[in-house]
Each structure stands twice: as structure tokens, then as C-alpha cells.
Design a protein around this ligand. Structure first.
Ligand code: TYD
Ligand code: MG
Length: 456
């Protein structure tokens, strides 16, 4: 076979180099040059079809209204939180990427899903370059599910994996992981940017052409992105991230891109001796360890995708030693904490000046929406005054630089979830309007009123 020829193209600007370089000669981007196979030159479609006459032209354009809609088929795995995050199940012909740190449970989840899909009559190929087939078997034996029927392949050559998938007419192919796979068309090593891109591209084409659902595992770098090019995320249909504190039993699965469903949906699992188990009621789990007699704790309801989830915000303001007081935020942007502290000092006449301040969110959840501001402020004040926040209250609202409190979006749905878990009061903007049976609103327009409400 003739040696495959390739070109080294910058993924930023598209400039071609005759050999690999660390820095693009044209745009100067570092580590952006990736090996790509030189495709056989394809005649330009317009010229070609003109030469051959009209017959061989591609599909004709059609009006949107004339296009028949067919309901999207989905294969449910029966692992409810997984199906939920996917938007209802795996879509045939789709490509899904699951990212997460080593040991978080990606292989476990996918083996469980593979077992269940196999039981539902789907042919599943689990190709692993990370573990040998006997290691896979050892893992499978621990699981609740019987994965015995799942076909496994300890192979990293993409062409061989695709042949294997065709041979068993696989409905679903799992690739664990994309960084271990390589294609013959490139000479570079597996895991290299060019390899990851090219293999993903080929897998995507395979999925679309055969209707096979492809699920790939992607390693996460220390920065939190998926190792290899960002383009991997652009190629696939769905990107799921698996996260969680290694020391905790919970695992959070989140969709950050989904062509077939909504994003930011949160699925919660717990890691047990027998694999991952979906947690149907995350709020209850997140609040389980909460003691409402302790100061510095406030509960809020976050909108995670379409579903409200209750979490506890904890703050500790402690006399600092020498030097500049520390501000430590876990699960929250440190800049947001700085803003809230400044607002409390200037607008509510409090002082954190010689106190170290620590804020954290339980269960490894991140506060990324402004609606959680009020809970952070309440936890801070509660710690400052050493007074617990009301045990039956949740805090919902955005805090502005003037100290004003604005309503959070979707208050109604959050309040319903809180009522279900036994909360009776929403502390939030007077404009929030809570009409949930058993729930009342403690209206607050300014952080000064929050101070009074908590000190009373
Ligand atoms: P794994 O799925 O191998 O993680 P990843 O593929 O993301 O690297 O998960 C490995 C961890 O999960 C490992 O620490 C062992 C633990 N585990 C359980 O606690 N219970 C189980 O049933 C299984 C299979 C694994
Ligand atoms: Mg693994």
C-alpha cells in the first residue's frame, strides 16, 4: 500500500505546512497544527454535473413545508437520569461525547447502558482501548445489570472497530476512549489533535450513513475541556460532562450541547458497589446532610436545565490572622463573591473587613446563575451574625450593585420543588409573586431588609 500522504493544517487559520510545527507560520497560534489526510481530489460538483448532464446532480432543494416530519426515534436505556439528560434516550445515527475526569465513572455508566440496550434488543459493540476485554469482564461482573451479551473489542484501530461494528450490525457503538483510537490514514500517534479530529469525523460519517448511534468517551484536561481539539465538541451532536467530587458518592451528568434535547440538564447518580444508580430526587440528597440549627447555611433552588434542584450554600466568616483576609469560593465564581461582599458592606452597613470568608456549595454543584445571589448573601450574613437562617425558608433572587433585590426567573417552579421538600417560605423580591399552596413569600427589596429579616 502506498504510504498515506498528509498535510499539516492549522486548525485556527487553515494554513498548510509541509511538516508538523509547534506554531503556525501564518497566524502564530501554538499547538494548533494538526495532521490531516490528503483526500483524493474530488471534481467540483457543478463542473462535474455539467459535464455529465443533469442526471447525476445531488438531491434537489425542497421547501421546508414539504418536508415530512417523522418523530425522532429514541432508544431508552432505562437508566432514567441518563435518558433524561440525553433528552429522552439515545438517538439512532447520533454521536455523543461523554467527558469527565479519570475514575469518575464514564466506563461504568456506558457498560451499564450497553447491558440495558442489549437487553432491549439492540446490538451493542463496546470497543475499549483503555481496558482489555478481561478487565471489562471483571467490571461487568460487579454491575447490577447483566452485561454478558454485550460484544466487546479490545481494539484501537478505527478501521477495525468499524469493521467489527458492521460485522455484528451494531445499533450502538461505544468507543472508550477517543484518545486511544487511531486511523490508518494518518501517521501521527493516537490522542494527537489530528487523530482525534479525523477519527471523530469518520465516526460521525459512519453514524450518519448507517444510523448507528456512536458514543465516545473523551478525557478531560486539567483546564476542564476535553483533551484534544475543541473541534471534537463541534463535530458531535451531544456533549455530556460527568463530574463530581471524587470523595463523594454523587456523580453529576450534564449536557452542555444537545442537538436533540435541551442543554444544562442535570442528572444525578450515586456510585455504589454495584455500579451507578440514578438518584431520582437530587434535592433531597443534596440537603440530606444539612443541619438547620447551624449558622452560615442557606438553601436556594437552582434551575438546572428544565428542572429545579435545591442546594445548600455554606459560608464561614472567621476572624483572620495576619495580612489580607482570605476569600475562598468553591462552586462559585470568586469575583461574584467579591461583588456580594462589597454590596453587603456598602449597602447594608456590615463589615467583613478583618474576616476570612469561605463559601461553598454542597455536593459539588456550581452556582452559575445570578438567582443564587440572595442565598450567598444570606449565608454570609448568617455566619457574620452567628444566627441560623429560618429552617423553612429558601432564598431566591439576584442582588444588584445598589443592594436592590431582583426576582429570579422561574420562581414558581423552584417554589414548587421547595414546597415538595417541606419548605414553607420563599425569601425573595416582593415582585416575585409566589402562588404555590403552602408557600408564602417574604418580600425583600433591598439587602438591608435581608439583614433585618435574618437578625430578627
Ligand atoms: P470508571 O467507570 O472506570 O471511571 P472512568 O471510566 O470515568 O475512568 O469508574 C471507576 C471507579 O468507580 C473506580 O474508582 C471504581 C468505582 N466503581 C465502583 O465504585 N462500583 C462499581 O460497581 C464499579 C464498576 C466501579
Ligand atoms: Mg474508563
Amino acid at each position: 500500500m502506498a504510504k498515506a500522504r498528509s498535510v499539516y493544517r492549522c486548525t485556527e487559520c487553515g494554513h498548510d505546512h509541509p511538516k508538523w510545527v509547534g506554531r503556525c507560520e501564518a497566524c502564530g497560534a501554538w499547538n494548533a497544527v494538526a495532521e490531516e489526510p490528503i483526500a483524493a481530489p474530488r471534481p467540483h460538483r457543478a463542473t462535474a454535473s455539467r459535464a455529465e448532464g443533469r442526471r447525476s446532480a445531488g438531491p434537489a432543494p425542497a421547501r421546508l413545508r414539504d418536508i415530512a416530519t417523522s418523530p425522532l426515534a429514541r432508544w431508552r436505556t432505562g437508566i432514567n437520569e441518563f435518558d433524561f439528560v440525553l433528552g429522552g434516550g439515545i438517538v439512532p445515527g447520533s454521536m455523543t461525547l461523554i467527558g469527565g475526569e479519570p475514575g469518575i465513572g464514564k466506563s461504568t455508566l456506558l457498560m451499564q447502558a450497553a447491558a440495558r440496550l442489549e437487553h432491549a434488543g439492540r446490538a451493542v459493540l463496546y470497543a475499549s482501548g483503555e481496558e482489555s476485554p478481561d478487565q471489562l469482564r471483571l467490571r461487568a461482573e460487579r454491575l447490577e445489570e447483566d452485561a454478558g451479551a454485550v460484544q466487546v473489542l479490545g481494539e484501537t484501530r478505527l478501521e477495525a472497530i468499524l469493521d467489527g461494528a458492521r460485522a455484528i450490525a451494531a445499533d450502538v457503538v461505544v468507543i472508550d476512549s477517543i484518545q486511544t483510537v487511531y486511523t490508518d490514514t494518518l501517521e501521527s500517534a493516537p490522542g494527537n489533535v489530528g487523530q482525534v479530529r479525523e477519527c471523530s469525523g469518520q465516526l460521525m460519517r459512519f453514524a450518519k450513513e448507517t444510523g448507528t448511534a456512536v458514543v465516545v468517551v473523551g478525557h478531560v484536561t486539567r483546564g476542564g475541556g476535553i483533551a484534544g481539539p475543541k473541534t471534537l465538541e463541534h463535530i458531535v451532536d451531544t456533549v455530556l460532562y460527568f463530574e463530581g467530587e471524587a470523595t463523594l458518592d454523587y456523580r453529576l451528568l450534564r449536557a452542555t450541547k444537545n442537538r436533540f434535547g435541551s442543554v444544562d440538564e442535570l442528572g444525578v447518580f450515586s456510585m455504589t458497589e454495584r455500579g451507578l444508580i440514578a438518584v431520582p430526587n437530587p434535592s433531597a440528597i443534596f440537603l440530606a446532610a444539612r443541619s438547620d440549627a447551624i449558622s452560615g447555611s442557606a438553601v436556594t433552588a437552582l434551575m438546572e436545565g428544565t428542572r429545579p434542584v435545591l442546594v445548600e450554600v455554606q459560608a464561614l466568616a472567621a476572624k483572620s490572622g495576619y495580612g489580607t483576609p482570605q476569600r475562598v469560593a468553591t462552586g462559585l465564581d470568586p469575583k461574584r463573591l467579591a461583588v456580594l461582599l462589597a454590596v453587603l458592606e456598602r449597602r447594608a452597613n456590615t463589615s467583613f473587613a478583618d474576616l476570612d470568608v469561605f463559601v461553598q456549595v454542597t455536593a459539588g454543584v456550581r452556582l452559575s446563575e445570578p438567582g443564587a445571589d440572595l442565598a450567598v448573601a444570606a449565608a454570609l450574613l448568617s455566619s457574620l451574625y452567628n444566627r441560623p437562617t429560618p429552617a423553612d425558608g429558601i432564598f431566591l433572587g439576584e442582588v444588584g450593585l445598589g443592594g436592590e433585590i431582583r426576582p429570579a426567573g422561574g420562581v414558581e417552579r423552584r417554589a414548587v420543588e421547595a414546597a415538595r421538600l417541606g419548605f414553607r417560605r420563599v425569601f425573595g423580591s416582593t415582585r416575585a409573586g409566589v402562588q404555590v399552596p403552602g408557600m408564602s413569600l417574604v418580600g425583600l427589596d433591598h439587602v438591608e431588609q435581608l439583614v433585618r429579616a435574618l437578625a430578627a
